[in-house]
Design a protein around this ligand. Structure first.
Ligand SMILES: [Zn+2]
Length: 278
């Protein structure tokens, strides 16, 4: 009995040893991943320190490319049309004429101050008042095509229709002034589309939008003539900058002429007024 107890004890001891060995053996594979995990854990804790330095330093470089195209403010008008003259000179542009009542007054005012401007002409008005176109050119102003009948939707028309409209307008201008240079085009309402800009370019014209719009065409209900003129003056004085293209109208806007009587001396003191190069 004693021996058997001893044997049992030995056997038990062997069994326990065997369990201990297998326990270690089974713990082996668990210990390995724990060590593998421990490697990145130490490397992660070491990395954060240098990474902020690395991310901070390249930041100043991407500000220029930044994945997006940097738009030149000169060509920031709709469909890439020009908003600025490209020099420090400020260009006054007068749209929708010629108008037999207002255009002669504007031409007289500009001549008094020795200022050259740009006139965006509507073909149908050119056809009716060719002598005024001759007067505009004779005084050294620049011409701009403003479509045949001031269609605000021309940019959505097929290219052939756009081409016909702009060509007809240029033909009317050149009938009044043979060989006239027409280097500029302005879409009515500034409603440029890529198709309109491209067709104008094909016909040798640069599309001009504007930087300053005093909304001289907009007469609010109950607004007096004096208040309207004051608004036009205020808007131009507030927003004009070197290089700006300024939009106004010499057609059916007598208040605009009155506003410019005050504006031109003010502008001449601060800016060089230029006709867009013809
Ligand atoms: Zn217009």
């Amino acid at each position: 009995m004693r021996l058997s107890r001893v044997r049992k004890a030995i056997l038990l001891g062997l069994v326990l040893l065997a369990i201990g060995a297998t326990g270690r053996a089974s713990a082996g594979p668990i210990a390995q991943p724990a060590e593998v995990l421990a490697v990145p854990a130490t490397s992660v804790s070491a990395k954060p320190k240098p990474t902020p330095v690395k991310t901070r330093t390249p930041k100043p470089k991407p500000t220029k490319p930044d994945g997006r195209k940097v738009v030149n403010p000169r060509f920031a008008g709709p469909a890439g049309s020009h908003m600025l003259t490209g020099t420090k000179g400020v260009a006054l542009t007068f749209d929708d004429g010629p108008d037999p009542a207002e255009t002669p007054k504007m031409l007289k005012l500009l001549a008094q101050h020795h200022v050259k401007a740009t006139f965006c002409l509507v073909g149908d008005n050119v056809r009716r008042h060719p002598a005024l176109v001759r007067q505009i050119v004779a005084q050294g102003h620049t011409l701009c095509n403003h479509t045949w009948d001031h269609s605000l939707k021309l940019g959505k028309d097929p290219e052939a229709k756009i081409r016909a409209d702009l060509s007809r307008t240029n033909a009317a201008i050149r009938k009044a002034v043979p060989g006239a240079k027409i280097k500029y085009f302005r879409a009515p309402g500034g409603n440029f589309t890529p198709r309109l800009v491209k067709t104008a370019k094909d016909l040798g014209m640069i599309s001009i939008y504007w930087k300053v719009d005093p909304r001289d065409w907009e007469h609010k209900k109950g607004e007096s003539s004096a208040a309207h003129q004051a608004k036009v003056i205020r808007q131009i004085e507030k927003h004009c900058r070197p290089g700006a293209i300024v939009l106004s109208h010499d057609y059916a806007q007598p208040d605009t002429i009155a506003a410019y009587r005050k504006l031109i001396p003010w502008l001449k003191k601060r800016y060089t007024l230029v006709a867009l190069p013809g």
